[in-house]
Design a protein around this ligand. Structure first.
Ligand code: NAP
Length: 364
């Protein structure tokens, strides 16, 4: 296997997580980092043993030895930085959300196709072992057909207009920052929604601070989703099927544990029918009731599955990007560009329902 040379564009929180994650991959070489200031790039380079540091993003993408650029700038900047990298002939792994809106995504996808370059959204949760096993478990019919998804990602944040998450000029808001995770899960299960009903609370800095959503899908399924900066929610996902339920335990953005319960385990009388009637009559005897109740409580224990991973988990998306590059693939089937676009169309619709536009989208 040949090694792949990475360049990191931006030096903030997630860039540091990613640099640390890359250390898990023997064939990944973090060759260079670019920042808007040389000093910041140098500090980052020193912290993560990066051989080359650049004073600008333009200089970074011109490095002839870089194979792929990881873009870790605020949401409003993804479009420009994807374009910059692709036009310099570099493959791209771009942080979520892929761009600020669907129109920007269409343009980036067209450029990636025209340049014949690999391009992928870094929706890191999708690549974690639990998420990769989920379709296999559902295919094995562990809970029957999934009919309803209930998922949330809320994190109580202190209001701070300087924080990019509250700043509309940097693409802030709970929807793009947190809501994208449950939306991406619904998309993973059922693809593009056919109906969307949502409600957003717009805060004093003019970004959504809380959004609730109901998505409907052609398969006759629904998702009930929420995201928030105003309160910390359970951060779980419940997949409710025709025979049982599957819970992805918190935190939803970093899932490592799930549990499965079939409905007969939850309440055998529900599926008992005639047998349920007999059981109720027999339960009039104390000894039967005691044995029955302890049996039910034993059966109520869900089956837990743990999907541990090494490191901080950011290497899975990087490994997939490298696999694609090594095989000459321009897209990943785990996170195809068409799905990134479809997720952005959903985000656009939800924002339109709240009449929430970012400053760069307002044309007068
Ligand atoms: N996958 C995840 O788990 C995860 C977690 C958090 C965030 N994210 C995503 O990652 C992206 C970055 O988030 P973050 O939390 O890392 O943000 P952050 O800590 O604020 O870092 C953003 C970096 O972008 C660069 N930048 C370029 N233009 C900028 C501008 N106009 N204002 C501020 N910074 C600018 C800066 O690097 P230089 O100063 O070096 O140029 C800055 O350090 C966002 O799109 C976010 O949605 C993903």
């Amino acid at each position: 296997m040949t090694s792949i040379n990475w360049g990191i564009l931006g030096t903030g929180y997630v860039a540091k997580q990613f640099a640390q994650g890359l250390q898990q991959l023997p064939y990944a070489k973090l060759l260079a980092v670019g920042s808007r200031q040389l000093e910041t790039a140098q500090q980052f380079a020193q912290a993560f043993q990066v051989p080359r540091s650049y004073h600008s993003y333009e200089a970074l993408v011109q490095d002839q030895e870089i194979d792929i650029i990881y873009i870790a700038t605020p949401n409003t900047e993804h479009y420009e930085h994807c374009l910059l990298s692709l036009q310099a002939g570099k493959a791209v792994l771009c942080e979520k959300p892929f761009t600020l809106n669907a129109q920007q995504a269409r343009e980036i996808i067209a450029v990636a196709h025209a340049q014949k370059l690999f391009c992928m959204e870094a929706l890191w949760t999708r690549f974690l072992p639990l998420m990769q096993q989920l379709p296999l478990l559902l295919k094995a019919d562990v809970i029957g057909e999934v009919k309803l998804l209930i998922a949330d990602f809320g994190l109580r944040l202190k209001f701070n207009p300087q924080d990019r998450r509250f700043n509309p000029a940097l693409g802030g808001g709970a929807l793009l920052d947190l809501g994208i995770y449950p939306i991406a899960l619904a998309s993973y299960l059922w693809g593009r929604p056919t109906t969307i009903h949502s409600h957003s609370l717009i805060g004093k800095s003019q970004v959504d601070e809380q959004t609730t959503m109901i998505l409907g899908h052609a398969q006759g399924t629904q998702a009930l989703l929420a995201c928030s900066f105003l309160t910390t929610t359970p951060q779980e996902a419940l997949l409710l099927g025709t025979h049982g339920r599957l819970k992805i335990h918190a935190p939803l953005y970093r899932p490592a544990k799930l549990s499965i319960q079939s409905f007969s385990e939850i309440d055998p009388t529900l599926t008992g029918g005639h047998r349920g009637g007999i059981v109720s009559r027999l339960k009039q005897w104390r000894v039967v009731r005691t044995v029955y109740d302890s049996l039910v409580s034993w059966r109520q224990q869900p089956t837990n599955k743990t999907f541990a991973y090494q490191g901080n988990g950011y290497h899975y998306e990087a490994a997939e990007a490298m696999r694609c590059l090594q095989q000459g693939l321009l897209e990943s089937q785990i996170m195809p560009l068409a799905e990134s676009l479809s997720i952005l169309e959903t985000l656009d619709t939800i924002r339109a329902q709240a009449n929430f536009k970012y400053p760069i989208e307002i044309t007068e």
